[in-house]
Design a protein around this ligand. Structure first.
Ligand SMILES: *Cc1c(COP(=O)(O)O)cnc(C)c1O
Length: 351
């Protein structure tokens, strides 16, 4: 820390991203990226956009907003695009939060934002089976963030449950983070017409194979979007670059490719679940592109390390309630087969 670091920042605990090794030697199943390349049109449009980089990007992202409004069946003023959906979270916390509530087991970035803006927050414990009891979110105590399906566990809430949370919190924004919704969850986007306190965040990072492009979208009542734009234009008006804007348009225009990839991930998830259960693993009922799994035969941290030695990266979280587990991103069938083979070797060594 330098002597110049402002007093208010001295207690910050930044988010720790999953490992991103640059050598290609790992099968990377640790940060929920897609095993599939971006769509053809994405690559094509990015190349064209590269020829216009002497100009600033469009701060309103007009062509992308137009395309997305049709796709999501909302008005253009009910959408905002950001540099990854992490930026939606950031803008939303900046714009709307005085206090925050979110589950104790969820995306690790939520408490980071709370600390960044020195906001009090409550981590509401999930039940023993890691499901969320929505009644814990009734009552008006600040902004709520719910990842749906939830991060780390993959467990989804129904739209009806979220509707109850919205109705019980008319004076606070409920941010539903749908980073994983395309793999089997149910989207709350249609509810934005009914609830002025609902903000939905989605990302192109996972289901659309664009983690490196950084594109997120926020969908909500036009007044909420107006406020988010006030924050955006007070922070970084050119938050989405021209290449990424066109990548987003390309992705939305190749709907079939996207749907096929989501289907394959969900099939591979079922296959992996079955294989791990045969080997006495316990898994959460995930609707996301990852599973959270534990074995009674081996500790989570040890399994993580042994898999890494064998060239397979998964994620282990030190947090007490989930330290016995590893989180495995669903990849291609071939990657899943390699993983199962490696797990068999590791478990075999120990008996
Ligand atoms: C991956 C993830 C994000 C962030 O995605 P980006 O769009 O890549 O910033 C947000 N929320 C959850 C729950 C995630 O898992």
């Amino acid at each position: 820390m330098s002597v110049f670091f402002a007093e208010r920042n001295k207690t910050l605990e930044p988010y720790t991203p999953g490992e991103q090794p640059r050598e290609q030697k790992y099968i990377k199943l640790n940060t929920n990226e897609s095993p599939f390349e971006p769509a053809h049109l994405v690559k094509e449009y990015v190349a064209c956009a590269g020829e216009q980089l002497q100009l600033y990007s469009d701060p309103t992202l007009g062509p992308l907003v137009k395309e997305a409004a049709e796709y999501y069946k909302v008005n253009e003023n009910e959408l905002i695009f950001t540099n990854g959906s992490d930026e939606i979270l950031n803008f939303a916390v900046m714009a709307f939060a005085e206090e925050l509530r979110f589950p104790d087991i969820t995306y690790g970035f939520y408490p980071v934002y709370a600390n960044l803006y020195h906001l009090p927050y409550k981590e509401v414990p999930v039940k023993d089976d890691f499901t969320i009891d929505v009644e814990n979110y009734f009552g008006n105590d600040g902004m709520i963030i719910l990842a749906n399906p939830n991060a780390i566990t993959g467990i989804a809430l129904t739209v009806e449950d979220i509707r109850k949370v919205l109705e019980q919190n008319p004076n606070h924004v409920v941010l539903v983070d749908e980073a994983y919704v395309d793999f089997g969850g149910e989207s709350c986007v249609p509810l934005i017409k009914e609830y002025n306190n609902l903000l939905v965040a989605q990302t192109f990072s996972k289901s659309r194979s664009m983690a490196g492009a950084r594109l997120g979208v926020g969908i909500g009542n036009k007044k909420l979007i107006e406020d988010l734009n006030t924050i955006k234009f007070s922070t970084n008006p050119y938050n989405v670059n021209t290449m990424t804007m066109w990548a987003g348009i390309g992705a939305l225009r190749e709907q079939e490719y996207f749907e096929k990839n989501c289907r394959v991930i969900s099939e591979n998830r079922s296959w992996l679940k079955e294989q791990l259960e045969k080997r006495n693993f316990t898994l959460t009922p995930s609707k996301a592109n990852f599973v959270l799994a534990k074995s009674d035969a081996i500790q989570g941290m040890v399994l993580y390390e042994k898999l890494k030695e064998k060239g397979i990266l998964v994620r282990h979280f030190g947090k007490k309630r989930i330290k016995d587990y590893i989180r495995i991103t669903i990849g291609s069938k071939e990657q899943m087969r390699c993983l199962v083979t490696a797990i068999d070797e590791i478990l075999g060594e120990r008996t």
